[in-house]
Every structure is written in structure tokens, then in C-alpha cells.
Design a protein around this ligand. Sequence first.
Ligand code: XMP
Length: 323
Amino acid sequence: TWTMANLVEEQVAAIKEQIGDGQAICALSGGVDSAVAAALVQRAIGDRLTCVYVDHGMMRQGETEQVRNDFEAVFDTLDVVDASEQFLGKLAGVTDPETKRKIIGHEFINTFDEAQVRVFGELPAGATAFLVQGTLYPDVVESGGGAGTSNIKSHHNVGGLPDDMNMELVEPLRALFKDEVRAVGEQLGLPERMVWRQPFPGPGLGIRIIGAVTRERLDIVRHADAIAREEMTAAGLDRDIWQMPVVLLADVRSVGVQGDGRTYGHPIVLRPVTSEDAMTADWARLPYEVLEKISTRITNEVADVNRVTVDITSKPPGTIEWE
Ligand code: XMP
């Protein structure tokens, strides 16, 4: 009979088979998918796996430090790369969502390519290095990964590698849904915080700024997001929702009043959703007191934000993220 333990064993055997006596690096995003993919590969090939975490400058508050601490406890080799200058430079002035996604995807590949050279040195001719990714089944479907699939968004981590890149992909989660990935993570004994972390998109806060990405705008959305997450956790709601993107409408301003003065600031959108697998989603009916607390704090504490709105669109027709 089929069990999680069997599935893990099968995957580990398949990875051993694919990688042989080669070496691999894994792109850790901080999320459960790449963590579980890496843990499977580490089980298969041990310290021939190096994990690379790229800080692209669009992570949430305190996230890189938290990821470093959590992952150092699990993985033997972790390389944290600060590539924020590079990513933000390439994104300057770009407003089109798909263009942003493609630039970010491209920079991820460049950064890993550099990491590969650093980790492996010059590989002998004919030798292949492996790149581990936590691609899930819904990612494949939504990026247009094959027959009968759609093309809704270019996920940063789907779509293969350029031909001139001397690396082969290892994607052990390609057939799985998120709940199955979490079960595999538990089976592997990964810490609860890692396994139950809410999804966060690889392109990060860059696709939660509607408009061009700047450091100043990142600070605004990062601050608003930190407040929203703090209040959700304080209210004990983290496990009740799938995730809650916090979006900055950077090119929109509205008139407000604060103290004795007129303000002309940006709106923040809260996008709380419930979902099973992110293919469909419903807007989460959050308690009014929690929404009130978040709204009051964001408008009081975050500079340049004078309005908080809640997105009450299901998926479909809306996607979860705004870009
Ligand atoms: P959408 O917006 O397509 O999002 O309804 C579905 C789920 O996927 C997450 N998401 C991403 N995850 N790379 C990722 O790893 C991406 O490029 C990406 N884009 C969206 C999103 O947060 C939601 O959970």
C-alpha cells in the first residue's frame, strides 16, 4: 500500500539514480517547497548538495535572518548571497508584471550560475552539475508547462534552463500539491515552522508593488506587511488562512485627512485568502476587529499610506497575487 514513507523512499531512489555521483546545488527560497526538495536531495546525496539562498532585496522584514537560522539547523551547507543591487538595478523603471517576473527569473538563474562556479569550480569536461528546484504541480500547470495547460503567470522557477547553462534540473516535487509537500516535509522531520510556513512568491515583494519597484516602495510594503503579519499571528489566525499578500498601489494616490492636515497617500490592499492548493481560492472572512487593528496601525505607522482596503475577490476570477 501507498504511504508517505514509500513516497519518500521512491523519491530518494529516483534522485540517487538521476544524480549518480554528481554534485547539486539547490535554490532555497525560504519556503516549504524548496526546503522539502532540498531535504529529499540531501537525504539522497548528503554533502554533495550545497544550498544557496538568494537575498534579492525583496524579502519581508527579518526574513533573510530567519531563513538563515532555520536552514542552518537542517542543511550542512548553506550559501547566502546578497544580490539585491543586481536585481533592483535590472528592475528599475519596469512596471509590466510579466516583464518583472521574467527579469527576476533571469536574475535568479544568473545568480545560481555564479554560485555554481563558486561551489563547484570548473567542472571536468562532460560532467554535469544539478540544480534542485521545488517546482510543484500547480506551478507547472499555471506556467503553461505542457499539454492541456494554461499560461497565466510566468513563475520565477518554471520553464527550464538556457541551453548554454551546464546544469540539469532536479525537481522531485513536480507531481505534488502543497498539502502533499507538507506531508513529505513532516515525514522527513523538518521543523514545524518550515513545513507550515505560508506560501510567499519567489519574486517576493517585487510583485506586490503595483508600479515600478524602488527601495523606498519596498520599505513601505515591507513595513505594512510586517504589521499585518504581526496582527494575524497575535490573533491566532495563521493556520486559518492560506496566505495574505499585502499589496502597495504605488501609482495610485487618494486624499485623506490626518490630524489637522490633508494627506495624499497610497492605498494598501490586504488580500487574505483560503485555499487548498492555490489553483482556486476564496477571500477569507477575517474578523472585523483584526482588520480594524491592521488598518489603524498601518495608516498610523507607515509613512505615505493613508488608506487600507480589503480584496474580496475569489480565484477565479482574481489570482491570489496582484501581478
Ligand atoms: P496566483 O497569484 O497565481 O498565485 O494565484 C498562486 C500561488 O503561487 C504563489 N506564487 C508564486 N510562487 N513563484 C512562487 O514560488 C512565483 O513566481 C509565484 N507567483 C505566485 C502565490 O503566492 C500563491 O500562493
